[in-house]
Design a protein around this ligand. Structure first.
Ligand code: ADP
Ligand code: MG
Length: 240
């Protein structure tokens, strides 16, 4: 589903992604761990082309990432992203936030988009909030709306970049529960998170990054019980 070959990226002198080779099959749930500044966000942002790469190639279902134009909008619809800061449109209702993409990008009829949005909002547990504005919802509710908005595009892949880091602690599990259910249903997911419980429960695979490189690529059980690299041992000793 996602294929990265020898991907390199610099910000000026800083080599932020080094020799990234990564094949993610359909339905796999990959948790990306690593210290701050190791390149996790940059990795996600290159997969939906929010950031260009210097060299190498990235393919989604065999198709090279487009550089610009209509193809790029369609890629962004196929590769959804959920951010730490929910990024909902403040002046649009919850329902409008979820229907906007399908109507504009997927050319879905308004009535159909609203029906589907209602189902998705119900599914993430905020169906009764549909006519409110984002600021009227809690952070956990807003993040669940952001997930529904991504799902409304029927993405092939969902990327999550620290989706619970900005939430009050009591709201973390309501978001993680939605993510666990998506994982169980076979969604292909790349999840940057510090929630080790999610990694243990839902991940098929853990990727540990340091200094822009993939240092370990293994199953969660092996990673948490027998990390191989000193960098991973050090990381785990600080967070567990
Ligand atoms: P992580 O998500 O693992 O914390 P990032 O991918 O955000 O790491 O950042 C990797 C490195 O790239 C860091 O050193 C960060 O400061 C740097 N960086 C990230 N975005 C930019 C940018 N737009 N311009 C310059 N440097 C950046
Ligand atoms: Mg980050």
């Amino acid at each position: 589903m996602i294929s990265m070959r020898n991907v390199q990226k610099h910000y000026g002198e800083l080599h932020v992604l080094r020799d990234i080779d990564l094949e993610i099959p359909r339905g796999q749930v990959v948790v990306v761990l690593g210290p701050s500044g190791s390149g996790k966000s940059t990795l996600c942002r290159t997969i939906n082309r929010l950031e260009p790469i210097d060299s190498g190639e990235i393919r989604i279902e065999g198709t090279l990432l487009p550089d610009e134009g209509r193809d790029l909008a369609s890629l962004r619809a196929d590769v959804g992203m959920v951010f730490q800061s929910f990024n909902l449109f403040a002046h649009k209702t919850i329902l409008e936030n979820v229907t906007l993409g399908p109507i504009r990008v997927r050319k879905t009829a308004k009535a159909d988009a609203e029906k589907r949005a209602g189902e998705l909002l119900d599914r993430v547990g905020v169906g009764t909030q549909r006519d409110k504005y984002p600021a009227q919802l809690s952070g956990g509710q807003q993040q669940r709306v952001a997930i529904a908005r991504s799902l409304a595009m029927s993405p092939k892949v969902l990327l999550f970049d620290e989706p619970t880091s900005a939430l009050d602690p009591e709201m973390v599990s309501e978001v993680l529960d939605v993510m666990v259910s998506l994982a169980k249903e076979g969604m292909t997911m790349v999840v940057v998170t510090h929630e080790m419980g999610f990694a243990r429960k839902a991940a098929d695979r853990v990727i540990f990054m340091a200094d822009g490189q993939i240092v370990e690529d293994t199953d969660p059980e092996s990673f948490f019980t027998a990390p191989k690299s000193d960098r991973a041992k050090d990381f785990l000793s600080k967070i567990l």
